[in-house]
Design a protein around this ligand. Structure first.
Ligand code: FAD
Length: 171
């Protein structure tokens, strides 16, 4: 295959849709099975709408709630409001990720679900990456994208220098 994404969150799914749309053979390895819940504020800025539409993934299909006002409330019930210049929409990650997954699947992206990438090694002899899965299988891909979010075990396994050893603490 041409390109493999490690992780099928928003980054992996958007990249898969984009690259499949450009004619590449694409696969995604995702640890979970869609649909799944994710801790997230679930506010998406309208800034991303043109890109999602270009991917043929207009979230209007999910009937999201339009959000145009910022509201700050105190425990005593006092509220401050301010208009949001650009605005955005509210949609659950459960629905949004599943929506992008189904579109990607319909456009020929191959998914390896409930599977975890445990190692990646580049083989210069074949100009391919060898990608090890937790179930013992090995996949090969010319290009591998690490779309597995922040602070994944894989960063330690690959000895990425930018991988933080601990979460930042507040003063
Ligand atoms: C509490 C909280 C609230 C937030 N609220 C908002 C908000 O309101 N609006 C907003 O825009 N953003 C918000 N964010 C940020 C947003 O969630 C992230 O920017 C976004 O999820 C990043 O997408 P991603 O695809 O890079 O990573 P993720 O969405 O984390 O996806 C990574 C995927 O990779 C998979 N994975 C990881 N390791 C492996 C592996 N080795 N093999 C296979 N699969 C693997 C995981 O299962 C996961 O599905 C919030 C974040 C948090 C923590």
């Amino acid at each position: 295959m041409d390109i493999l994404m490690i992780g099928g969150g928003l980054a992996g799914l958007a990249a898969a849709l984009d690259l499949a749309g450009r004619g590449h053979q694409v696969a995604v390895v995702e640890r979970k099975h869609y649909p799944f819940h994710k801790v997230c504020g679930e506010y998406v800025s309208n800034e991303v709408l043109p890109y999602l539409r270009r991917l043929g993934a207009d979230p209007a299909a999910l009937a999201p709630a339009a959000i145009n006002t910022f509201l700050l409330s105190s425990p005593g019930g006092r509220c401050l409001t301010a208009p949001l210049d650009l605005g955005g929409f509210g949609v659950s990650r459960f629905a949004l990720d599943d929506f992008l997954y189904r579109l990607a699947q319909a456009r020929g992206v191959t998914f390896y679900l409930k599977n975890t990438v445990t190692d990646v090694a580049y083989d210069p002899a074949t100009d391919q990456h060898r990608v090890a899965l937790a179930d013992g299988r090995e996949l090969t891909a010319r290009v591998v994208l690490g779309t597995y979010g922040k602070r994944a075990n894989l960063d330690r396994q690959l000895q990425r220098t930018f991988s933080p050893s601990a979460r930042p603490t507040s003063a």
